[in-house]
Write a protein that binds this ligand. Structure first.
Ligand code: AKG
Length: 271
């Protein structure tokens, strides 16, 4: 089985970025303190309690012509995390993420933005998710695509090969579109709580099956080039009234910022 490079938060971000560019994925340990994890879990808890444990979405998607194994059951998914959790917002502007985005995305844009957010809580009995690429929404670019998206998964609980730790195919960010991953090319992200897994938008990945008795709690956060359509509609999920209360850097990253001529708006009469 291939392995996912592991670096400590104490080393320079350039080590993590070099591994990310080389292998398409990297785990950085000790990034998120216990207090921050608890705050995220506390703030998202009431939303997760109300969330469906998706059991039948695969059937629905297959009936609609979608992939048959994108939404394995026994998984809770909630989105709009920037609106739901103040502790989550600190992840969006985390220096490690900004360094990685500067290296991976900035060469292709004037500024990058949040692409999508979600809490992905994989329960016992969940089956394996199909491998996919974060950049698959951008079908008009042929694989391997230019760097469009950078993704991350923050371990709120431990991730193991048994509890649904994310599957990744190291090196697949450079593969041609018709190359299919074989079983021995897939690695499971085993990482202690407080770690963050980063992967390139072109890296094949998917949630693992959970054959343990524990829930795997991860927080997903991705970024894209500022001239692309965001995967999650941040203007709906973080409406202007809420965005106005946020620090400028966070608000800009959520998309309340122009990219060259894109995204102008009528600010209304000046006071
Ligand atoms: O939960 C995971 O580990 C990965 C989930 C994922 O890639 C997705 O739902 O698109």
């Amino acid at each position: 089985m291939p392995s996912i490079p592991l670096v400590s938060a104490n080393s320079s971000p350039t080590d993590a970025i070099a591994a990310l560019e080389r292998d398409g994925c990297v785990v950085v340990t000790d990034v998120l303190a216990g207090s921050a994890r608890q705050a995220i879990a506390r703030e998202l808890g009431p939303h997760l309690e109300k969330a469906d444990i998706k059991t039948s979405l695969n059937e629905k998607y297959a009936a609609d012509g979608g992939p048959a194994d994108f939404y394995p059951g026994n998984t809770k998914r909630i989105t709009a995390l920037a609106a739901k959790s103040e502790a989550f917002r600190a992840l969006v502007t985390h220096p490690l993420m900004l360094s990685a985005c500067d290296a991976i995305l900035s060469p292709n844009c004037a500024s990058y933005q949040v692409h999508a957010t979600s809490a992905l809580v994989v329960g016992p009995g969940a089956t394996v998710q199909m491998l996919h690429r974060e950049e698959d929404s951008f079908q008009f670019f042929k694989v391997p695509r230019p760097n469009l998206v950078l993704a991350s998964m923050w371990a709120i609980t431990d991730f193991t090969a048994a509890n649904g730790g994310t599957h990744l195919v190291p090196g697949s960010h450079r593969w041609p579109g018709d190359r299919v991953a074989r079983e021995h090319e897939v690695a499971a992200a085993a990482m202690p709580a407080g770690s963050v897994l980063l992967w390139m938008g072109g890296t094949l990945h998917g949630a693992g099956a959970n054959v343990s008795d524990n829930w795997r709690f991860g927080v997903f956060l991705s970024y894209s080039l500022g001239w692309l359509r965001q995967e999650e509609n941040q203007y709906v999920d973080t409406p202007l009234e809420l965005a106005r209360t946020m620090p400028g850097q966070l608000r800009d990253l959520l998309g309340y910022k122009m990219h060259s001529a894109l995204g102008f708006f009528d600010p209304g009469p000046r006071p």
